[in-house]
Ligand binder design. Structure first.
Ligand SMILES: *[C@@H]1O[C@H](CO)[C@@H](O)[C@H](O)[C@H]1NC(C)=O
Ligand SMILES: *[C@@H]1O[C@H](CO)[C@@H](O)[C@H](O)[C@H]1NC(C)=O
Ligand SMILES: *[C@@H]1O[C@H](CO)[C@@H](O)[C@H](O)[C@H]1NC(C)=O
Ligand SMILES: *[C@@H]1O[C@H](CO)[C@@H](O)[C@H](O)[C@H]1NC(C)=O
Ligand SMILES: *[C@@H]1O[C@H](CO)[C@@H](O)[C@H](O)[C@H]1NC(C)=O
Ligand SMILES: *[C@@H]1O[C@H](CO)[C@@H](O)[C@H](O)[C@H]1NC(C)=O
Ligand SMILES: *[C@@H]1O[C@H](CO)[C@@H](O)[C@H](O)[C@H]1NC(C)=O
Length: 472
């Protein structure tokens, strides 16, 4: 809806105003500070590149807590009292380092190598001076016991809120220590019900890069971006054991302009329903480019589920290419509940290699997380979905395009599909296309794919005329 779309813009304006207020106060403070130092004791000569008018001063006024950073703008958490022994609670030290670094343009919060830092559920809040980075060379550990999480902290473990031009990088790891959550019996921990924390979440954040780090064993989702834009994820490793249910890799919601590349994601069960997607794209997402990803085990790369409880789902302009999937439930999938509204438009899946994937290509407009869901009229309309070079082996069914009986899928293109049954399995089902219109182009294997799509556009126009098109 219109209001929803305007939120990021409004938020952006608010943050920009806050940012400039903060920024101008910094400049004033820095001047005072400079003046003061002139009169005071001698001090080391500041490195200067001669840009006298640069609005970015040298080190900004130092906060009253913790130790001072050195001239490189590095704020080591050890200098703020972190123990790094894996047992002591280092949350306060992390927050203090964050607050200090937040005031300095281009600062780095350093989490040093070879140490383990236990951090409780925590929010790192901006806006900060731009180009702040979080250098994770050591390991961050979540509290291992469920009882140490309050019911207010269940949404996520590490929350970045209102940050912009921000980077997480390093050779280190973020370990959600989720094993007790995976087997948690919900009677014992009433307050957790179905809610389990995401390991790292970004909320209302812009121009964020996450690179090189490893994120493991999250109680639920590993890396989530919510109401954000300008996101880059590069060369990350995300993993949790096969016995971990509901552990999505990367989850995008109401987020635009995203690139996820050169990453390795394997989480969770292959066979059970629930969320275990390597990448999950939810409503409000557009302009998403995902490429060079190894995915498996898990549920593959998914758009949706959209339209649950008659809600509006809007997803557009998605490119998923150069992907290798091994041992996953789905390959590339679009799933919507019956009865929803909105649309999925302009999606390309190309150069997808599959090995032992149960069903490599899925459109499921009858998505249901129980055994039976009530039949409902209306659906999130799907149009402009191109599959190009989907190649490899399947273990149950090559293609399953089950479109809504009310609103067919249109402009579905199948080009160069080469899917063979996996030698390790038996009992295969033929390709299925239900109410899906489009064209196909050889090579197509199995050849039944060729006759899968419907081509008679004439009757179509009448059938979809009754449904609202511009709701997104
Ligand atoms: C000072 O900077 C160096 C790198 O230039 C870094 O290794 C060191 O940890 C920093 N010191 C503190 C107290 O942050
Ligand atoms: C932040 O980094 C970007 C890219 O390197 C640069 O263009 C921008 O000027 C930097 N901003 C500040 C305030 O240092
Ligand atoms: C954020 O980074 C982008 C690109 O690196 C740059 O164009 C922009 O000026 C930066 N914003 C700020 C506030 O530094
Ligand atoms: C990817 O991340 C790993 C682990 O941090 C690092 O060793 C490697 O150099 C990174 N590769 C690239 C191309 O940046
Ligand atoms: C994000 O980066 C783009 C360029 O990459 C820049 O135009 C924009 O101003 C940046 N946004 C913020 C909030 O810094
Ligand atoms: C489809 O999405 C891609 C990727 O975001 C974009 O470059 C392209 O312009 C879009 N095409 C249409 C017709 O909107
Ligand atoms: C929903 O509709 C389908 C197709 O018309 C039918 O096969 C199925 O039994 C219906 N399911 C329920 C729960 O009514």
């Amino acid at each position: 809806m219109k209001g929803k779309r305007h939120f990021p813009l409004l938020a952006f304006v608010v943050f920009t105003v806050i940012f400039f207020l903060t920024f101008s106060m910094q400049v004033i403070d820095a001047r005072k500070h400079h003046h003061h130092r002139k009169k005071g004791k001698s001090h080391k000569h500041q490195k200067s590149n001669g840009a006298a008018n640069s609005p970015a001063p040298g080190p900004a006024p130092l906060p009253s807590y913790g130790f001072h950073p050195n001239s490189s703008g590095i704020f080591n958490v050890l200098s703020f009292g972190a123990k790094g022994d894996g047992g002591a609670d280092d949350s306060k030290a992390f927050l203090a380092a964050w607050k200090a670094a937040c005031n300095v343009p281009g600062a780095t919060v350093e989490i040093p190598a070879e140490l383990k830092f236990l951090v409780k559920p925590i929010t790192f809040q901006g806006p900060c001076m731009p180009n702040l980075s979080f250098q994770i060379d050591g390991t961050l550990l979540a509290p291992p016991k469920i009882s140490s999480w309050t019911k207010y902290s269940l949404f996520q473990w590490i929350n970045f809120k209102w940050v912009h031009n921000f980077t997480i990088q390093g050779n280190g790891a973020v370990d959600g220590q989720g094993s007790s959550w995976w087997k948690a019996n919900s009677k014992k921990f009433k307050h957790i019900s179905n809610m389990k924390p995401t390991a790292i979440r970004f909320y209302a954040s812009y121009n964020v890069t996450v690179r090189d780090i490893e994120i493991t064993n999250s109680p639920q989702c590993h890396l989530k971006f919510d109401s954000s834009s300008g996101i880059k994820v590069d060369n990350v490793t995300i993993s949790s054991p096969e016995s971990s249910p509901n552990t999505d890799g990367i989850h995008l919601q109401n987020t635009q302009d995203v690139e996820i590349k050169y990453s390795n994601i394997g989480c969770g069960l292959r066979d059970l329903w629930g969320w275990d997607d390597c990448v999950s794209i939810q409503t409000g997402c557009s302009n998403i480019h995902i490429h060079h990803i190894d995915c498996g085990p898990g549920h593959g790369i998914s758009i949706g589920g959209l339209g649950k409880d008659k809600s509006i789902g809007c997803v557009s302009d998605i490119i998923v290419e150069e992907i290798s999937l091994q041992n996953t439930l789905a390959g590339v999938r679009i799933k919507t509940w019956q009865g929803g509204m909105g649309s999925v438009k302009n999606v390309t899946f190309s150069n997808i290699q599959v090995a032992d994937v149960k069903v490599p290509m899925i459109i499921d407009q009858f998505y249901c997380d129980k055994n039976i869901c009530k039949n409902q009229t209306g659906a999130v309309a799907i149009s402009g979905v191109k599959y190009d070079q989907i190649i490899g082996t399947y273990s149950a069914q090559p293609v399953h395009l089950a479109c809504s009986s009310d609103i067919p899928c249109t402009d579905v293109d199948l080009i160069d599909i080469q899917l063979k049954p996996s030698m390790r399995y038996g009992g295969f089902q033929p390709a299925l296309c239900w109410n899906s219109y489009g064209k196909s182009q050889a090579p197509l294997l199995p050849s039944s794919i060729d006759s899968c799509l419907r081509r008679d556009h004439g009757s179509l126009v009448k059938r979809i005329a009754g449904f609202p098109e511009h709701i997104c």
